[in-house]
Write a protein that binds this ligand. Structure first.
Ligand code: GRF
Length: 215
């Protein structure tokens, strides 16, 4: 199976996924990393691991659809089966989602449906919730709202800042994202409407549900 990763920034989730592939935990190949930002640190990470990283400049396209078509073409040229959004800060057009729905995953640093959209960690701190976390989900046309594969919960502490909460959540992002991708690649994820079922996974565990197996 070939994986394509879309990024916009520092690429720590990308690196966690690359490591899981290199360690043989995820039995797939990352065939391309695409960034919409020239200076994304994630492009350097791809390079470090010998993975092809490409910057596509959105300024060169007259519409979101045209840009997304270029991204989709590049993914298809690289025979990508599974598309991973890892800190990709662009809303995808419907044509892109139509093409990849069911094989398009995202990670969002909140327990969706709470705090969908921008700056979820800042909003969680400001709201005063006692728990937040992160979610790996299938991407649908509704922003940060597709079927949930796995979630991790972390406490929110009285003196938390956006940064301290983000850091606590990020540690779990680096575990649940590779885990979800491994399950996908191993063909264990079944989708029934909004509901996801991971075959043979252990459900009912805290702080990660279903339970982590490999990370
Ligand atoms: C992560 O917090 C992810 O959940 C969100 O964007 C951030 C990307 O971080 N979608 P990184 O580029 O993977 O370090």
């Amino acid at each position: 199976m070939n994986i394509g990763v879309l990024i916009s920034g520092r690429g720590t989730n990308l690196e966690a996924i690359i490591k899981a592939v290199k360690e043989g935990k995820i039995k797939a190949n990352i065939s391309i990393v695409i960034s919409n930002k020239a200076d994304a640190r994630g492009l350097k990470i791809a390079e470090k691991y010998g993975i092809r990283g490409i910057f596509i400049n959105p300024d060169g396209f007259s519409s979101r659809e045209d840009f997304d078509r270029a991204v989709a073409n590049l993914l298809e040229k690289n025979n990508v089966d599974l598309v991973i959004l890892a800190g990709y800060m662009r809303i995808l057009s419907d044509c892109f989602i139509d093409k990849f729905e069911g094989r398009l995953l995202n990670i969002h640093p909140s327990l969706i449906p709470a705090f969908q959209g921008l700056k979820p960690q800042k909003r969680a701190v400001e709201y005063g919730v006692m728990f937040s976390g992160c979610t790996v989900h299938f991407v649908t046309k509704e922003l940060d709202n597709g079927p949930v594969i796995i979630q991790a919960v972390v406490p929110v502490l009285p003196d938390d800042t956006e940064e301290s909460l983000s850091e606590r959540i990020l540690k779990y992002e680096h575990r649940i994202y590779p885990q979800a991708i491994k399950w996908y690649v191993d063909g264990r994820i079944k989708l029934d409407g909004r509901k996801v079922f991971v075959e043979k996974a252990v459900y009912g565990t805290v702080p990660v549900n279903p339970e982590l197996e490999d990370f």
